[in-house]
Write a protein that binds this ligand. Structure first.
Ligand code: G3P
Ligand code: MG
Length: 241
């Protein structure tokens, strides 16, 4: 019998349990059994910094725009519970292929640096391109990724559904679409699947939402609480052994 498991991306690591986008958060997501780890990146002096906002104020004890700081300054900040702001390779090394890493390009002009780092991990560290998924609301950056290395999987993030999203994502060469939960519909899921695109929805933190996403037939979700999805999937196993 068909089971309806949801691929579980830990959002900003497991940010319901630990300070977002820190190594502690990534470790927690892995411990809880997440299938994928989502983190956000900005570029600072050629280095990929793992942080969501373009300013430091909300998530660290620093202030001001991330892009205006030196790497040394950023590395001394507290990103919560004594955690530092990671660089992206620290996340890759911690995950060590135990989950997919979904790098969300948050900062401008992060695409080329991410491509370079992914290529290095594939070439020298035994990773495969399928171990990564690069997504962004900035679709020009998605195009840049595909131009540089077509084998890298990309995801098109959207807060509102434009007409023909699935066709548009296919044209961009995307592997998946990542819609906000407010705008996912049965038609969108069907059209995406017809075009062989995966559908991963953000951000799903309530049991009722999890069941609704399962009924819609989406492929997976982003969650602050990976334990909820892992538990849901186990229950599905029991219903459909
Ligand atoms: O990638 C899914 C989700 O992270 C997108 O929104 O603002 O949490 O980065 P945000
Ligand atoms: Mg994100």
């Amino acid at each position: 019998m068909k089971t309806s498991k949801l691929f579980c991306f830990g959002h900003r690591g497991a940010c319901g349990h630990a300070p977002e986008n820190t190594l502690r958060s990534v470790r927690k997501a892995l411990e809880l059994g997440a299938d994928g780890i989502e983190v956000d990146v900005h570029l600072v002096n050629g280095r990929l910094i793992v942080i969501h906002d373009d300013t430091l104020n909300r998530t660290t004890n620093g202030t001001g725009p991330v892009a205006e700081k030196s790497l040394d300054y950023l590395r001394l900040l507290d990103a919560g519970q004594g955690e530092h702001i990671p660089v992206l390779e620290e996340v890759f090394d911690l995950v060590n292929r135990r989950a997919i890493v979904n790098v969300e390009l948050k900062g401008p002009e992060t695409a080329a640096a991410v491509v370079q780092l992914v290529a290095e991990y594939v070439k020298t560290k035994g990773w495969r391109f399928e171990d990564f998924l690069v997504s962004s609301f900035d679709h020009a950056q998605i195009q840049t990724i595909k131009k540089l290395i077509p084998e890298i999987r990309t995801g098109v993030l959207v807060d509102k559904i434009p007409p023909d999203l699935a066709a548009y994502a296919e044209q961009l060469g995307a592997w998946s679409i990542h819609p906000n939960k407010r705008c996912v519909t049965p038609d969108l899921v069907a059209e995406a699947h017809r075009r062989r695109l995966k559908v991963f929805v953000f951000t799903i933190n309530q049991p009722a939402e999890i069941a609704a996403m399962c009924r819609l037939g989406v492929d997976g979700v982003f969650t602050d609480y990976p334990v909820l999805i892992v538990t849901f999937n186990r229950a599905q196993d029991n219903i459909h052994p």
